[in-house]
Design a protein around this ligand. Sequence first.
Ligand SMILES: *[C@@H]1O[C@H](CO)[C@@H](O)[C@H](O)[C@H]1NC(C)=O
Ligand SMILES: *[C@@H]1O[C@H](CO)[C@@H](O)[C@H](O)[C@H]1NC(C)=O
Ligand SMILES: *[C@@H]1O[C@H](CO)[C@@H](O)[C@H](O)[C@H]1NC(C)=O
Length: 801
Amino acid sequence: MLSMPLFSLLMALLFIFFIAVNGDSSYTVPEETKARDVIGNIAKDLGIDAAELKTRKARIETEDSSKRYVDINLNTGELVVAETIDREKLCGSRINCILNYELVLENPLELHRISVNIRDINDNAPMFIKKRISFEIPESADKGQRFRLDEAHDYDIGQNGVKDYSLEKNNHFVLSVKENKNGRKYAELVLDKELDREQQKNIDLILTAVDGGIPQRSGTAVIHITVLDANDNVPVFTQSVYKVVLAENALIGTEVVTVSAEDADEGANGAVTYEFSHIAHKAAQLFTIHEFSGQINVAGDIDYEEEKYYEIGVQAKDGSGLASTASVIIDINDVNDNAPKIVLKSLNSPLPENVIVGTEVAIINVQDKDSGDNRKIRCAIHGNVPFKLNPSIKNYFLLSTTSILDREMEEYYNITITASDGGSPPLSSYMIIHITLSDINDNPPVFEQQSYTAYVIENNKPGNSISAVTATDPDCRQNGTVLYSLVPSEINGVPVSSMISINSDTGVIYAVRSFDYEKFKDFKVQVVARDNGSPPLSSNVTLSVFISDENDNAPQILYPAAEGKTLMTEMIPKSALSGSLLSKVIAVDTDSGQNAWLRYQIVKSTDPGLFTIGLHSGEIRAQRDITESDSMKQNLVISVKDNGQPPLSATCSIYLLISDNLAEVPELKDIIYEESNSKLTFYLIIALVSVSTFFLTFIIVSLALRFCHRRKPRLLFDGAVAIPSAYLPPNYAEVEGAGTLRSSYNYDTYLTTGSRTSDFKFITSYNDTTLTAGGTLQNIKNETLAASLISLNNTGEENED
Ligand SMILES: *[C@@H]1O[C@H](CO)[C@@H](O)[C@H](O)[C@H]1NC(C)=O
Ligand SMILES: *[C@@H]1O[C@H](CO)[C@@H](O)[C@H](O)[C@H]1NC(C)=O
Ligand SMILES: *[C@@H]1O[C@H](CO)[C@@H](O)[C@H](O)[C@H]1NC(C)=O
């Protein structure tokens, strides 16, 4: 058992110890100080800049979430009274009334312990529980006999507690003031002069108790003494101190102890009654004593956490008012009846997802009102979360991250924290902390495809959508909002923006103009997807646009020249046999594929059975041997049609003259200008043509005759056969791939493949004067002349009729 002075010394030492250890602040404030009164400047005392208080969320916290009587003024850093404190209500008879608080600062977590010592002021007067103290004293009582009086109570403590007693002046009694082992003063009535019942039957005296406060306060009671005749005995307790141990939470009605006193008297004088002679206000609500049996019972909720022991004075009084006292000391045992309490002191949520590993997220305080092992708390985190709990100052824990967080993976965490104490069985509690992550623009938009391809049919309508790109960004709101744009570039010198456009919100790509396959077949453009964060993140992708062909170009006849342009006349030897190659229609189509696959047809001829044309080669051959009876002048109308949908076509006329010698052609005029009425002009032309052609033919024929006697068939090409380069369509050689004409140098690959009769075989060079097969020697020097014989679009098939 601790005596009160020792206990208070220990408390004081403990108090000093805490201050020393934490280096924190201690303040003293008298009770009954009004709210908003300043206790001290805590910011100054702790060396904290008062301006920081607000930003660091400075606040006063209690250690055990109890009521808070002080507060901090965030502007000045002053510690102020939050609510008027009544020391007596708060601490009862405890010597030290200390409120422990913590000043919590965040970023970083800082904890300063503040203790506020509530100084007692003399606001309570001494008081007797019973205003009338009755005694029955036999007249035989000896001088010097003592009678213990009820103690006076003063809720104040120390100096302000009961200091002295005084008795109204009288003839028989004096007062002896004593101190019990708790340091409390009590008084005994001492008989100073024998009583005489015959002289005075009743005596009333006023007992005054005073405290030591300034100003002094006092309380009184009346002592009523009845002088008895008989000889009485004083009841005597069996023990002077009854010491018991009581578990907290003992049920109401539980017997604590039974005190008993014996009185040697018989009858009413020996009938002992019990009562509390001294009992603290709180204890009076927790315990009762049975008047006759002396049994002390539990009458309220015993809580170790409120009071660890009680000392109660009991008094036994017999019928004649003779009394004696004893004390009952009740030690309360702690029971593990309080589960740990988890208090979230600070939470940094939403937490930016890019915080570094180890960032403090929350401050947690654990409390357990029990003592000893019952308040040893272990804390743990449940589940697999990237957070850990680190013990910090005292019973504080810091929750910090253990790995990099990613909002796009996990948007929020529910962290379950459990705290269990060391009692048996242990009690535990848990708390769920919700942590939300806030977004950081850490993801660039990502296209759904590595590259995009758009196919557009040429001659498209401007404004039509041709493709769409999609990029996704998992970030939040504007950080995840994707905007599309085209990277400025040029295609064949034309800015890409004049070709296609993109809807910046949807990623839909539109054609700005109508494309022409014959101008370009494909182009590439970079599309950028950018989010709206700051700074924004972006990524890009290649969009390839392929333009596909449409049959928008009609075949173009290179030879013979289109109708009406020039005079085109072919001479055919009279001896031409069936199947011999007589001439060739050359046409191209700037479209590609099927659209450029040409078919040749004779649509009109002077003698329908005489000539055929290769469907794909355009070669005009004799269908049968030419005879003398055949008309000398032959006229063919040939159509060239492509294979597009719908097909496009072109026609040309070709004039054939069956003759070995121009001189034999007296009526050439009929062929050339069948419909001309101007005979004069006609003859003039004939004369001119005849003279020049004759001369030319003569030279060629005589040369040919020198090389080969048996010429069959003989081919004669008019000078007009030469294809002037101006006949070639624009960009002709530039058309690549699917075009009909790869390059002018490719002509030789097609040579004679369509020619069944193999009258000519151009093996290596156009300049070669030697013909190896067919025995016909034809010196063809003119390269353009040779070119005219080439099947431009021969697909390799045999000539068909
Ligand atoms: C987290 O807790 C909230 C609120 O209690 C609840 O709505 C949510 O479903 C929980 N989430 C998970 C993943 O447990
Ligand atoms: C977007 O990210 C930035 C940092 O990159 C962040 O400050 C902002 O709060 C984010 N916006 C949203 C809506 O989450
Ligand atoms: C496109 O992306 C590549 C690599 O992803 C980058 O190097 C380039 O700068 C980007 N171009 C544009 C115009 O953003």
